[in-house]
Design a protein around this ligand. Sequence first.
Ligand code: ATP
Ligand code: MG
Length: 260
Amino acid sequence: MGRIIAVANQKGGVGKTTTAVNLAASLAAAERRVLAVDADPQGNLTSGLGRKTAESRPSLYEALIDEEPLESLLVPTELEHLTLVPSDRNLTGAEVELVPLLAREFRLRQALAPVAGAYDYVIIDCPPSLGLLTVNALAAADSVLIPLQCEYYALEGVSELTATLERVRQALNPSLEIEGVLLTMVDERTNLTQQVIGEVRTHFQDQVFETQVPRSVRLAEAPSFGKPAILYDIRSKGAEAYLQLAQELLSQGQMALFVP
Ligand code: ATP
Ligand code: MG
């Protein structure tokens, strides 16, 4: 069974989608079979992997609401080992339409169950809220990867996120782990950055990834070409950082195998 990782933080613009796109692509480049799931109505993961959201119907909406098999929604990407479940604007309605449905928090878990076994990693990009779409992702996931933008307010909202993780563990998914906290948009040159890195490492201790993602113009440009950074400019600092993150994740997985 593949490892299902939700990329979540209810704070907007912290690098969730950039991380989901580029981690998925880097794992695929390492020849792991990867499924990228766009659980955000903004559809940035979908467009970041080269699909126009308007063209991509049916999307995750149909899987969550109409119980359309996820298998029928899969679309290929430019990378051989990377497959996408696209989203589109319809998914905005799902947040409300899920409310009266049976097992509303488990719709994504149920949708993924028949296909997850075909992948080594399933990476879910969450929207910037703690609503039902994010809760569905957390209920389906083995772990959550939390991107934190390296700025003065990095830890703002983290207690709310931690409380949600705790509630999800108690009510829906007892084995949900923290895969790691990822510092994004890091600018090593400033004192503030050093201070924020220090605070985040004090708060999350060994849960913080060694890898830090620097501010990189290439990372910000790549989505407008519908490409992950490794296909846009593999020599950029941003591409390198996400390749390194993938290696860190893969070696964590190997270590876990040796734990009795
Ligand atoms: P949302 O909450 O809206 O879904 P998000 O958390 O998914 O946002 P992204 O879309 O990944 O965040 O990033 C926000 C913006 O910052 C985007 O324009 C993205 O290109 C840019 N960005 C992300 N990471 C970096 C980076 N390391 N260097 C430079 N720009 C970055
Ligand atoms: Mg996003």
